[in-house]
Design a protein around this ligand. Sequence first.
Ligand code: 4NP
Length: 162
Amino acid sequence: MLCMTKKSILFVCLGNICRSPMAEAVFNKIIEREGLSEFFVTDSAGLIAYHQGEQADSRMRYHAGRRGYELTHRSRPFARTDFDRFDLIIGMDEQNIDGLRDKADTLEEMQKIHRMKDFSRNFAPTHIPDPYYGGDQGFENVIDLLEDACEGLLEEIERGAV
Ligand code: 4NP
């Protein structure tokens, strides 16, 4: 690990009940595997407050559980103060990126915003698709894409690229 300073990462999606809590769980498992948990603070948030306080969607929890992830996060809306609290703010799709950019006031805040898909290694997705209105395959696909992109995210952090 080249960069030993503590990094704080916020994963963001629309409802904070499917993709972003899943991304948080996948990244946490990777850093645990690598013995790097002490170097990170992670959290997730949504651009809408509709599901505030709720556990992750039961379908997301089911598919996560089949791969050994436990989703314990409770949905919370993104807050302006998150720009101060986190080094990296990672959106799942273009709508998330637009929503985050609308909330950013400064260039420094703007530069904290990243697209999850840009950390992909073995896949080339245009975004992490919203699985909410789809079926089982959508949830499996989200986990496939996030497992790949979270490995890439750690690599980029380790080489000091973000
Ligand atoms: P997420 O999925 O953004 O991945 O958490 C969604 C959850 C809820 C809604 C949309 C997407 N919703 O419209 O309530």
